[in-house]
Design a protein around this ligand. Sequence first.
Ligand code: F6P
Length: 556
Amino acid sequence: MAIHETAAWAALKEHAASLQGAHLRDMMRDEDRCAALTAERDGILLDYSRQRVTNETMDMLFNLAEAADLAGKRAAMFTGEKINNTEGRAVMHAALRAPREATMNVDGKNVVPDVHSVLDKIEDFSARVRSGVFKGCTGKPLRNIVSIGIGGSYLGPEFVFEALKCEPAAQGASTGRTLRFLANVDPVDVSRAISGLNPEETLVVVVSKTFTTAETMLNARTMKDWLITSIKGKTAAEITSQHIVAVSTSDKLVQDFGVDAANIFGFWDWVGGRYSVCSAVSVLPIALHYGFDIARRFLDGAHDMDNHFLNEPPRQNIPVLMGLLGVWNSTFLGHGARALLPYSQALLRFAAHIQQVDMESNGKRVAQDGSVLPFDAGEIGFGEPGTNGQHSFYQLIHQGGVFPADFGGYCTSQCPVLLEGDPVPNHEEFMSNFFAQPDVLAYAKTAEELEKEGVPEWFRPHKVFTGNRPSLSLLFPKLDAFSCGQLLAIYEHRTAVQGFVWGLNSFDQWGVELGKKLATKVRTALSTARTSGGDVSEGFNPSTSTLMTYYLANGA
Ligand code: F6P
């Protein structure tokens, strides 16, 4: 039975209607309710009392999870069943962070030894590069890394890199080193990536699961060309073998590109692109820049959260709770977008990564069996670190449309500062906002209150806050490699929970294919028009051919 036909779904619909008049300001007065709507794991505290839910709502959401066979689907994922049915693939990113002694089977084969053999290879290679044993072809140590990749082969590694940049252990381990990312096929991105770098000291890591992605392949050829034309007195083969390595599932295509077989770091088709953060996709660049021990701690954190997700009962299970609340907010309360608001500048690329994880996974119109979903699945995810966001889009969050928000914060700063004579450390000033904003969203400021404060009548409507805007707060002890892994896994599993409940396939991405095909057709037409002077009206609608003609006539 489809999930929207179950009694659990109907009960939630009715319940949502009955809660319409309920206001968070009143719900927050119930101390027992507030205490019940929390979960804790190893110092991570989730407080979801500012969601528009009661204990009864949560019980009904757990019933929905049962009706959707959430536990069965989760088990199927962890046991290597081919739950990505349209690509005939298992979904086993949890195996990427499993300890050496674990057993996780895909097609009857334990994949953990393969995972650890790549990790061992990364440990060895990164140690040789960092110690200067593996050098550039002119004998210089390789202290600059440019990691080329896009989508899942870029966003996660960049999120992890930024998250750890000012973490004391990682910062110390990366002194004198540079790690940059090259994702966009816009040549400006190449220019930004190589600016100020000495090619003789630069190692390029080409990251592409398929090794066919147009943007990555063009950027890889451009960087290869930069290395070959800038490094003098060496052959192209010598330069390529010492300055380009690759992360991919396709050994053959990588070798055809000229990379030494010894310098290929593999992964597997049971790892989806946006779920590949714990593979060599980011473990290699992170280990090269921060050292392998930091990368290992990151994997351990993600594994810790895998265990939590797999074993904790729903009421204490952070990803399950967050996933069910996502379903509640979007499907039953009609909020189609969610703000991701980390109170940590180090998480400046977190929203961008989770946006891909979530929107590429659950932005679907059909269920796993191909039937059209009679509800909008997926949520729009967007965000910025606080407090910067407060001076940008929070105005709309407070007084415009209603968007549930995920607040994230840390008890201890990565870089504590206390100015002489200042009463509070800088981190406390920062975190005061983390505590204040959810209450501003939840509670209201009424016209009556404004009147009592002496606000003139004409001005009151502008200062009214309707409140009743849901949020949740996730508070971690500190942001280090381990907790960064935990955070990643929370959000990966949260996305899976929503997809499992909605009954769709969160692990394919057919929606991005058509655009790729059309871009190929445009590329061919533009290059034919440039070389043979033909026009571009054939095969395109009048609007597109006018735009292309204008572009050809006015471009350099
Ligand atoms: O955006 C579509 C996509 O297929 C992502 O899922 C993937 O992470 C990205 O392109 C890059 O793919 P690849 O790693 O094969 O270059």
